[in-house]
Design a protein around this ligand. Structure first.
Ligand SMILES: [Zn+2]
Length: 399
C-alpha cells in the first residue's frame, strides 16, 4: 500500500513537470517569429488627395521630433494636463499619423525617413537625399530656393546628422561628415543653427576645419546670436555649437532661443521661407531608455512649438507641420492600479520601432495633410504646396 502511495505521488509530480513543460512550450509558440509577419509592400503608390483649394501658405515651418511616437505624445499631454495648462498639441487643425518606413518595410532610420519627408521618395536605410537606387532626388529646400524662398535649419543635434542632412545633402555614407558639410556649404541654405559632434573622429573634420568649410557660405554668429547688420542683412547665417551644448530648456543655447532668432531673421527677409526645426532629444533619450531626459526634452519641444504657434497665429500665413521620422523605445505610460494614479514610463526596446507616428498640421494648406498615410507622401504634398501657383491655385509641377 505504501509503495502504491509512493508511485501515485511520483506520477502526480511527473504530470506536474509535464504540464509546466507544456505551458512553457505553449508560451514560446505564441510569440510570432518575425518571418511570419507579412509586411505590406513599402513602395505601393496611391493617388494623393491634393485639393489645390484654399489659401497657399506664405511660409512653411516643419518641426521634426526625431523618435517621437504616440507614447511620447501621450506623456506630453498627460504631464501638461497635470500642470493645468492648455496644450499646444490641441491647437493643431489637422491631427493624424503616418506610417514611418523605409524602402525595406515597416522599420526605418532617420536618414531614410527624413529623406522621404524632404523629397517625397521612399528610400533605403542610410540613404541621405538619394532614392533606393542611389540617385539624387530634389528636396523641398532645393525646390523652394528655385522658387525664391529662403530656407533654414535649426537643430538641437549636430548639423550633419541624418535629419538636417536629408534637407541639405545627397550622400550614401551618413558618417562622411566632411562631404555633408561641404554640400551644406555649396547649397542654397540661408540659415543653419546646430552642433558639431565627434570632431576629429573618422570622417569628421576637426572643429576649425568644419567651421572653415561652413564659413564659405555663412556668416558665423557668436553665442549672443546677434544678427549681422542689426538684423537687416540678407547674407546666410550660421550658429554652430559644441557637442551636447544644446540640450533642453536648462541649457544655453536651447532650441527655443535658436528658433526665436531663426524666426526673427527669416521674417525680416524679402522672401517667404521654409524652416526645418529638429529636436533629437526623444530619439537620443529613448535609445538610452532615459525617462527623465524624455520629460525634459518634451518641455523644450512644447515651448518651441508654442513659440512657432505665436508666430504663425499673428500673421495667419504660415503652415506649421509637426511630425516624427519614426518612434524609438516603444515607450508607454502605464499605471499600477494599487498605486493609481501614479504614472510610470515603461520601455519595450532601445531601438526604433514600427509604430506609426504623429502628423499634425495647422494654418493654410493644413487640410492637405489629413489624408497622409506614409512618410514620403508628406514630401510629395510639401512639393505640391510650394509649386502651387498662388494666383490661380493651379499646380505647375507634376509628380
Ligand atoms: Zn535613432
Amino acid at each position: 500500500m505504501k509503495n502504491w502511495k509512493k508511485i501515485s505521488l511520483l506520477t502526480i509530480a511527473g504530470l506536474l513537470v509535464l504540464l509546466i513543460g507544456i505551458f512553457y512550450l505553449f508560451n514560446i509558440s505564441v510569440s510570432i517569429p518575425s518571418s511570419d509577419i507579412q509586411f505590406s509592400p513599402s513602395n505601393a503608390k496611391r493617388p494623393l488627395n491634393f485639393t489645390n483649394e484654399g489659401k497657399k501658405p506664405k511660409n512653411i515651418i516643419i518641426f521634426i521630433a526625431d523618435g517621437m511616437g504616440f507614447g511620447h505624445l501621450s506623456l506630453a499631454l498627460q504631464t501638461q494636463q497635470s500642470e493645468k495648462k492648455v496644450s499646444v498639441w490641441q491647437q493643431f487643425d489637422v491631427k493624424g499619423w503616418h506610417d514611418a518606413r523605409s524602402a525595406y518595410g515597416s522599420l526605418t532610420d532617420s536618414e531614410a525617413s527624413a529623406t522621404a519627408i524632404a523629397t517625397g521618395t521612399s528610400t533605403n536605410f542610410g540613404h541621405i537625399g538619394l532614392d533606393k537606387d542611389g540617385n539624387p532626388v530634389q528636396n523641398i529646400f532645393e525646390l523652394a530656393s528655385d522658387l525664391h524662398y529662403n530656407t533654414g535649419i535649426v537643430t538641437d543635434s549636430y548639423v550633419w546628422d541624418g535629419t538636417p542632412a536629408a534637407f541639405s545633402a545627397h550622400i550614401r555614407n551618413e558618417d562622411d561628415a566632411r562631404s555633408i558639410l561641404q554640400q551644406i556649404a555649396t547649397s542654397e541654405l540661408d540659415l543653419l543653427f546646430g552642433e558639431l559632434e565627434d570632431v576629429g573622429e573618422g570622417d569628421v573634420p576637426e572643429e576649425n576645419e568644419s567651421l572653415d568649410i561652413l564659413r564659405k557660405r555663412f556668416i558665423m554668429l557668436d553665442r549672443s546670436l546677434e544678427l549681422p547688420g542689426g538684423g537687416n542683412s540678407s547674407k546666410p547665417i550660421a550658429a554652430i555649437f559644441r557637442e551636447d551644448e544644446i540640450q533642453d530648456m536648462q541649457s544655453s543655447p536651447n532650441l527655443f532661443n535658436l528658433t526665436k532668432t531663426a524666426l526673427s531673421y527669416m521674417s525680416t527677409q524679402d522672401n517667404p521661407f521654409v524652416l526645418l526645426v529638429e529636436s533629437e532629444e526623444m530619439d537620443a533619450a529613448s535609445h538610452e531608455n532615459d525617462s527623465k531626459r524624455v520629460l525634459n526634452g518634451l518641455k523644450s519641444i512644447q515651448k518651441t512649438l508654442s513659440l512657432i504657434f505665436d508666430f504663425s497665429k499673428t500673421n495667419g500665413e504660415t503652415l506649421v507641420l509637426f511630425t516624427a521620422d519614426h518612434e524609438t523605445g516603444g515607450l508607454s505610460a502605464v499605471s499600477d492600479f494599487d498605486r493609481y494614479p501614479n504614472m510610470q514610463i515603461r520601455w519595450s526596446t532601445k531601438n526604433h520601432t514600427a509604430a506609426v507616428v504623429p502628423l499634425l498640421a495647422d494654418g493654410p494648406g493644413a487640410e492637405n495633410f489629413a489624408d497622409i498615410h506614409r512618410n514620403w507622401e508628406i514630401g510629395m504634398v510639401l512639393k505640391k504646396i510650394i509649386s502651387q501657383d498662388s494666383a490661380n491655385g493651379k499646380n505647375d509641377q507634376e509628380y
